[in-house]
Write a protein that binds this ligand. Structure first.
Ligand code: ATP
Ligand code: CA
Ligand code: CA
Length: 205
């Protein structure tokens, strides 16, 4: 099993944070653009269950390379972080994958779009995210295989967070999608009504 141990926080000064990440020992990785389609359905209430089903389309902004990933996330397993089960696999044709899900009663909600700059230090990934209509966020993540490793991994992330000049009080457990739903009425309506275009969704920014 894969468990995602993750913390997320809003950042004010992106360039300063990137400097701090380098000072702490992170190496810069790929800059990608990610477009996420989350699903909802009458027979499986993802929001209520705190689960997620998603198809992510990724474009590497340096090489232009494209890929797509199908993801299931389980409910968060603690009250402090965004730690949860995560199952991911690449899909060859995202259009077909969407059609499969939509043929069996899953409905897409308006997509979440962001640019994500990856940084790596040992097994820790830092993502500096510029989320369309939301702003800049940092995510620190470590993947572990068994429940027993969760606590230690979260401690490690907390230590990194402190070295970056932040603390757990600065973090949020709210997903990008939920933030967008709170701030943008298209997202709220779009949960059920799919007849708006992406441009209309982003007009409100
Ligand atoms: P990742 O860490 O996998 O790259 P991300 O950082 O882009 O993902 P997050 O904000 O960390 O995005 O997580 C996606 C979240 O969307 C999940 O926490 C999930 O609970 C939430 N979500 C999925 N579907 C819905 C829905 N229909 N309503 C509200 N929230 C949802
Ligand atoms: Ca995340
Ligand atoms: Ca993550």
């Amino acid at each position: 099993m894969s468990i995602e141990v993750e913390i997320k926080l809003k950042i004010r000064d992106k360039n300063r944070l990137i400097e701090s990440l380098r000072d702490v020992g992170f190496q810069q990785g790929d800059l990608v653009s990610e477009s996420d389609i989350y699903y909802t359905s009458r027979h499986h209430d993802f929001e209520k269950l705190d689960e997620a089903l998603r198809i992510r389309s990724i474009q590497n902004l340096s090489t232009g390379e494209k890929s797509s990933v199908l993801t299931f996330k389980g409910a968060k397993t603690d009250k402090r972080s965004m730690t949860r089960k995560e199952l991911e696999t690449e899909v060859g044709d995202p259009k077909i994958a969407r059609e499969v899900l939509e043929s069996i009663g899953f409905t897409p909600v308006p997509s979440v779009e962001k640019e994500r700059q990856h940084f790596y230090m040992q097994n820790i990934t830092a993502c500096v995210d510029r989320v369309k209509n939301l702003g800049d966020y940092l995510e620190l993540e470590k993947m572990v295989d068994v429940e027993e490793e969760k606590t230690e991994a979260l401690q490690e992330l907390e230590e990194v967070l402190q070295r970056l000049g932040y603390s757990m009080e600065d973090t949020t457990r709210t997903s990008y999608l939920s933030m967008l739903m709170k701030h943008n009425h298209h997202y709220r309506q779009g949960k059920w009504a799919q007849n708006i275009t992406r441009d209309e969704v982003f007009d409100e920014a």
